[in-house]
Design a binder for this molecule. Structure first.
Ligand SMILES: *Cc1c(COP(=O)(O)O)cnc(C)c1O
Ligand code: SF4
Length: 345
């Protein structure tokens, strides 16, 4: 039986002519972008578009700006941090295991744009096996993060087998899965999938919602099924120019996520990836948003704003500056800009 999510994948939009059936687009121009960076949009996600250039459109429809020169192909130096091709080992006790290089929909701002969706960059079974062998023989690894691509694109049986082998490694204490399925293909979160996942606790899932319009009934139900399977849900949002670079949009997104039992975990500064410069905001935009959230938005719904430094130097949280040591008595600024004297010791 073909399931709803498989049908969605089969009917995904992959070329510019399909976009032209509903919107006025320059097919040749977009097709040139697609030759370089593939397009895939599930019908479900495509139907969230209300008009050209809206926040959903910008995330999934190719843009000639992607062909601009500049930026870094591998901004986080992931290739050089890979002891074996399927593993990225940047921090002492946790690794990323690349489980798939495909996604239900390709985000135009993807950090792994260099590989994601490219047939020549698939993760082979053999590479995956070597990755698991590396984890098994590296006892300081406590936390394995399945990423890609989207790990939940794997069929249930393949995913179960992969999770079983990781779960069986004695020093691996937690497993995380990074997935955009609840956003672009919530139909993938089936009861059967949840039954597979719940066997591998402690299991954490980080979703990837970027705009309040993505919080549909389907998405709410998908996250509900995962949460009911005992899975702790976090969310990683990428700060994107023209999509969500407004305090009000972000506040609405984070409040909405908390309501669906998903805790905002990170707000990511857009990486320096080639072909994504048109999505990048100044750092100050992120800092201003964080300041605006402090107070009006529950601490439960307030993530860390992080910059992943080029060259694989890691993620660094940035905070608006609240401490003021000028003057005779140190002070702390309120988010509204009132200075409160505060004795240090
Ligand atoms: C982000 C990331 C992690 C996880 O970092 P946390 O701050 O623990 O979420 C691990 N490895 C790599 C390579 C990463 O990019
Ligand atoms: S879902 Fe993640 S890995 Fe896939 S294209 Fe989007 S950002 Fe990249």
């Amino acid at each position: 039986m073909v399931e709803a999510w498989q049908r969605q994948l089969k009917e995904s939009l992959t070329d510019a002519a399909q976009l032209a059936e509903r919107f006025a687009v320059e097919v040749d121009v977009l097709q040139a972008v697609i030759e370089r960076y593939p397009m895939r949009i599930t019908p479900y996600y495509f139907n969230l578009i209300e008009q050209a250039d809206d926040p959903i459109w910008r995330q999934c429809v190719p843009d000639p700006a992607e062909l601009a020169e500049g930026g870094l192909v591998d901004p986080l130096a992931e290739e050089s941090l890979s002891p074996v091709p399927a593993v990225i080992h940047r921090y002492p006790d946790r690794v990323v295991l690349l489980a798939s290089n495909n996604c239900a929909s390709y985000c135009r701002f993807c950090t792994r744009k260099r590989k994601v969706g490219c047939a020549t960059h698939g993760v082979s079974f053999r590479e995956q096996r070597d990755g698991i062998a590396y984890i098994a023989e590296t006892p300081q690894i406590r936390d394995v993060i399945l990423s890609g691509g989207d790990p939940l694109l794997l069929p249930d049986v393949v995913l179960r087998d992969l999770l079983e082998r990781i779960h069986a490694i004695p020093h691996v204490e937690t497993i995380r899965i990074g997935t955009r399925m609840p956003t672009t293909l919530p139909q993938r979160i089936t009861v059967e999938l949840c039954a597979v996942l719940k066997r591998f606790h402690p299991l954490f899932i980080n979703t990837h919602f970027n705009h309040p319009r993505e919080l549909t009934v389907e998405a709410v139900e998908a996250c509900g099924r995962l949460a009911d399977a005992g899975i702790s849900l976090g969310n990683q949002t990428v700060l994107l120019k023209g999509v969500n670079d407004h305090p009000e949009t972000i506040a609405q997104l984070f409040r909405g996520l908390l309501k669906m039992r998903v805790r905002p975990y990170y707000l990511h500064q857009m990486d320096l990836t080639s072909g994504t410069a048109h999505f990048r905001t100044p750092l100050q935009t992120g800092l201003d948003i964080m300041r605006a959230l402090r107070g009006p938005v529950s601490g439960m719904a307030s993530p860390h704003y992080v910059v992943d430094l080029p060259g694989g130097k890691g993620k660094v949280p940035l905070q608006p500056e609240y401490l003021d040591r000028s003057g005779t008595m140190p002070g702390i600024w309120t988010p509204d800009g009132e200075r409160v004297s505060y004795p240090d010791i």
